[in-house]
Ligand binder design. Structure first.
Ligand code: PMP
Ligand code: GLN
Length: 391
C-alpha cells in the first residue's frame, strides 16, 4: 500500500504494545505484554465517574483542565512528594502520551537535539522527529540500567535543547538514585536544557521510598516538565487522563500546544480522578499491596522454574534475562514465537531500543491474578523446554 502521508508515518509500524496485544487476541494468549492490570477496577473510582457522568456537565471543560482536578494534583504532589505547585503549574491532558506530545511540540524545534535514554517509551523519538528535532540516544545497560555522567556529558552539544528522563524507568522498573538525579540536574543547568520528566510510574513503587521528582532538584523548577498519568496511579489505563506540571509561564505555553492536540479531556473522568487523588494514603497503600503481592507471585513462580529475573523497584513489570534462563533465542524471536506457540504475550525490551541494545531481556506484566500468572509461567517453562529439546 503506498500513500502520500508524511514519510515518518507512511512506513511506521504499529507500536510493540499494540502489535503484541493484537497477537494475544488472535492467538487467545495470556497477555503479559502491554501494561494494564486485569483485576476489576476499584469500585470507588467507577462510582465517582458514574456519578460525574450523571450529575456534572458533559460539555467541554476548560482547556487546561477542571480547576478542581488541577488543585487535587497539586495537593497530591504536596502530600506525597513535598512539591509546592499551584493550579497555574498544571495542565490536564488526555494521558501522559498527549502530555509528552505537547511538551515535545512546544519545546523542540527544527535541528534541536534531544537526549533520550534507551530503553525509551516508544513515542519519544517519533515525536521529536516530527517536531523537526534530532533524537540523541544513550543506551543504558542491564541489569542495573544506571545513568553514567561521562556518557551523558559526551552526548551534549551546543545544539542540545531538551533531555527526556523516564523515572521510574519502563520497562526496567529501576529508579534513579539521588546522586543520578543530582548529576542529571547539574548537566541540565550547566547546558541550559529543559527536562521532560516522564514520571508516570511515580506511584507504582515497591521500595517504600517516596518518589523524588527531578523537578524538585535545585535548579530544575524553571526547566522541568513533570508528566503524570491517572492510568498508572489508579490502574485505569483506558481512561487516558494525565497531566503536565511546569513553572506557570512554561505551563501556559505547553497548554497552547495541548489546546490543538486534544483541547480537553472527558470531564467525568477528570472529576473522578480529582476525587481519587484525594483518597487517604491508606487507600493507595492497599492498592499498592495488591500489586506487590502479584509482583512477588510472578517473581517466585518464574524463579521456581529457573528463570532469571532482573532486580527492580517499580512499575507493573518484571524483566527476565533470557540467555541466563537457558533460552538462546533473541527477545524478539522468543516473544513472537511464545505468543503463537505457547499462548503467552510479552514485550521484547529490544523493541524499546533503536539499533544496538541488549537482545536478551523480556518484559512481563504482573498486574494479573495469581492463577493467570501461574498458567503463564507454566506455559513459558514448557516452551523453554521444547526449545531446548529442538537443539
Ligand atoms: N510513559 C511511559 C513511560 C509509560 O509507561 C506510559 C504508559 N505505559 C506512558 C508514558 C503513557 O501513559 P498514558 O497511558 O497516560 O498515555
Ligand atoms: N506504556 C504501556 C506499556 O508499557 C503501553 C502504552 C501503549 O500501549 N501505548 O505497556
Amino acid at each position: 500500500m503506498t500513500t502520500r502521508a508524511h514519510p515518518l508515518y507512511a512506513t511506521m509500524k504499529p507500536t510493540i504494545f499494540e502489535h503484541m496485544s493484537g497477537l494475544a487476541r488472535t492467538h487467545d494468549a495470556i497477555n503479559l505484554g502491554q501494561g494494564f492490570p486485569d483485576e476489576p477496577p476499584h469500585p470507588d473510582m467507577i462510582a465517582a465517574a458514574a456519578r460525574a457522568l450523571a450529575e456534572k456537565s458533559n460539555q467541554y471543560p476548560p482547556a487546561f483542565g477542571l480547576p478542581e482536578l488541577r488543585d487535587a494534583i497539586c495537593k497530591f504532589y504536596a502530600r506525597r512528594q513535598g512539591l509546592t505547585l499551584t493550579r497555574e503549574h498544571v495542565i490536564v491532558t488526555s494521558g501522559a502520551t498527549e502530555a509528552l506530545a505537547a511538551a515535545i511540540l512546544a519545546l523542540v524545534g527544527p535541528g534541536d537535539e534531544v537526549i533520550l535514554f534507551q530503553p525509551a517509551y516508544d513515542s519519544y523519538a517519533p515525536m521529536v522527529q516530527r517536531a523537526g528535532g534530532i533524537p540523541v540516544s544513550i543506551a543504558l545497560s542491564p541489569p542495573d540500567w544506571r545513568y553514567d555522567a561521562g556518557g551523558l556529558a559526551a552526548a551534549i552539544t551546543p545544539g542540545t535543547r531538551v533531555l527526556i528522563l523516564n523515572d521510574p524507568l519502563n520497562p526496567a522498573g529501576t529508579v534513579a538514585s539521588e546522586a543520578e538525579l543530582a548529576m542529571i540536574a547539574d548537566i541540565c543547568v550547566r547546558h541550559d536544557l529543559f527536562a521532560i520528566c516522564d514520571e508516570v510510574w511515580e506511584d507504582v513503587r515497591f521500595d517504600g521510598t517516596p518518589h523524588r521528582s527531578l523537578m524538585s532538584v535545585p535548579g530544575m523548577a524553571e526547566r522541568a516538565v513533570k508528566i503524570g498519568s491517572a492510568g498508572k496511579i489508579f490502574g485505569l489505563t483506558g481512561w487516558k487522563a494525565g497531566w503536565l506540571c511546569a513553572a506557570p509561564a512554561l505551563a501556559t505555553a505547553l497548554g497552547r500546544a495541548h489546546q490543538f492536540l486534544t483541547f480537553t479531556t472527558p470531564p467525568a473522568l477528570q472529576w473522578a480522578v480529582a476525587e481519587g487523588l484525594d483518597h487517604p494514603d491508606a487507600w493507595f497503600a492497599a492498592q499498592r499491596e495488591g500489586w506487590a503481592a502479584s509482583r512477588a507471585h510472578l517473581r517466585d513462580a518464574l524463579e521456581m522454574e529457573g528463570f532469571v529475573v532482573l532486580p527492580n523497584a517499580a512499575t507493573w513489570f518484571l524483566c527476565i534475562d533470557l540467555a541466563a534462563s537457558g533460552i538462546a533465542l533473541s527477545d524478539r524471536e522468543f516473544s513472537e514465537r511464545a505468543v503463537r506457540e505457547a499462548g503467552v504475550a510479552s514485550i521484547p525490551v529490544s523493541a524499546l531500543f533503536e539499533g544496538n541494545g541488549p537482545r536478551h531481556i523480556l518484559r512481563l506484566c504482573f498486574a494479573k491474578d495469581g492463577a493467570m500468572l501461574d498458567e503463564a509461567v507454566a506455559r513459558l517453562a514448557a516452551f523453554r523446554d521444547k526449545l531446548r529439546s529442538e537443539n
